[in-house]
Design a protein around this ligand. Structure first.
Ligand SMILES: [Zn+2]
Length: 425
């Protein structure tokens, strides 16, 4: 049984890494393995996070690539799980398994903010309620889930997250698969490949009078290290989402401007709300691709869709030309084919030099202290947040206040480039 577990586990993760789909015959075993993979990756990235926080210079720490690699893998596993739920041949057993995995997730909890939640909720909407068999299965499931996690257990689970007990539990669960070592090696190998294209892009030397513009060369990356001292751009990726309106409120009450790197698949749903507001309130609006895929894995047609077409879509929705692009996961930052397309769309690629890691860390206190530690070290630059998490609303508000009290100048990316290029800020 153990060796069967290992081979299935390895197959699944290799399948994930190389973007191939396991066959339907693997159900529901493959689903079980995917859930194990997810829990393992979640626990492992917590370890990488701890190392990142201890590093003297986090942005050049070797663990940073591992951290990003686990995020990429984890999101791929989440998508595979969501795909399995919508498959018409999903067995009741498999649906039950994924729902049990989702069981402790509820609004406001740590677990509810896992990227999987929205996908799964959406996928569950596809289950035909009118089919008596599925209705019965659903009833049975709900009863099982209630038994599995009592209200008290759920409260306990959430309370203990901060102490790392949930991480320990997830790690123990991953060990049950007896394939943690293999998974570990996969992450390392994956991170090694990813590191070629991500983390600390080659950057132009900060010099007075340096001109910044769309560039096919890797030296065209803006990282924030080109900024004058005490100048900061606060940036938010992956939205627009529910949390965007709250962030806009915080910015408005402080008369501060940020830059939003949004996905063109998300923007239409917020066209009359957050998108219209951000434009009216003077924030920078930028592109973060169409669907947040790892662009280094795409061919020409995929890159057209993710870079060229998404720029057109966003420009139409914003009603103004875009100036900036940020690669999903920062992956492809030194890749010529990708850089050519970004330049052809007239965009400057923007990296970051302060990573808040708000996609991994749900605690606003540690998010805030991690950010300010890097801010102190870097002295100026680009701060990376994501406007899809509630902890980000709290942490970024505190960062805004602290930057202001330190006498920093908060700018949009366009204002920063104008300053660097010798215009008035
Ligand atoms: Zn992103």
């Amino acid at each position: 049984m153990a060796s069967k577990n290992i081979s299935a586990f390895v197959l699944v993760i290799v399948g994930v890494v190389f973007s191939s789909q396991a066959s339907a015959a693997d159900f529901p075993k493959a689903t079980e393995d995917l859930i194990g993979s997810y829990r393992y990756l979640e626990a492992r990235s917590q370890d990488f996070l701890e190392k990142f926080d201890k590093a003297e210079e986090p942005m050049s720490d070797a663990n940073y690539a591992d951290l990003i690699a686990t995020r990429v893998l984890r999101e791929q596993v989440a998508h595979l799980l969501a795909d399995r739920l919508v498959k018409s041949d999903s067995s009741n057993e498999e649906v039950a398994m994924i729902r049990e995995f989702k069981a402790p997730q509820r609004p406001g909890s740590y677990i509810s903010s896992l990227p999987l939640t929205d996908d799964v909720l959406e996928a569950l909407g596809h289950i035909d309620e009118d089919s008596p068999a599925k209705r019965d299965a659903r009833q049975a499931l709900i009863a099982r889930i209630e038994k599995l996690y009592s209200k008290e257990e759920r409260i306990e689970l959430e309370k203990n997250w901060g102490t790392g007990e949930v991480v320990q539990a997830a790690r123990a669960q991953a060990r049950d698969f007896k394939a943690a070592g293999t998974m570990e090696a996969e992450i390392r190998n994956y991170a090694r490949r990813l590191v070629q294209d991500v983390v600390l892009p080659k950057t132009r030397k900060p010099s007075s009078g340096a001109r910044v513009g769309p560039s096919t060369g890797a030296e065209g990356n803006l990282t924030g290290r080109e900024f004058p001292s005490k100048m900061w751009a606060i940036t938010y990726d992956d939205g627009p989402a529910r949390q965007t309106a709250q962030i806009l409120d915080e910015l408005l009450s402080r008369r501060m401007k940020a830059t939003f790197f949004w996905l063109s698949k998300n923007a239409p749903g917020y066209e009359k709300t957050s998108v219209a507001r951000a434009k009216k309130e003077g924030h920078g609006l930028a592109n973060h691709s169409a669907t947040h895929q790892q662009l280094t894995k795409l061919g020409s047609a995929g890159l057209d869709k993710e870079i060229t077409e998404s720029t057109k879509t966003l420009e139409r929705i914003y009603g103004q030309p875009l100036g900036f692009f940020r690669l999903p996961y920062g992956s492809g930052v030194n890749n010529t084919a990708i850089r050519d397309r970004i330049a052809k769309a007239g965009l400057i690629h923007v990296y970051w030099n302060v990573d808040t890691l708000d996609w991994q860390d749900r605690n606003p206190d540690t998010l805030y202290s991690r950010t300010m530690k890097q801010v102190a070290r870097q002295g100026r630059g680009v701060i990376l947040f994501h406007d899809i998490h509630s902890q980000t609303v709290v942490a970024s508000r505190r960062v805004m206040d602290e930057l202001r009290s330190q006498g920093s100048k908060i700018v949009t990316m366009a204002e920063a480039v104008s300053t660097i290029n010798g215009g008035t800020p």
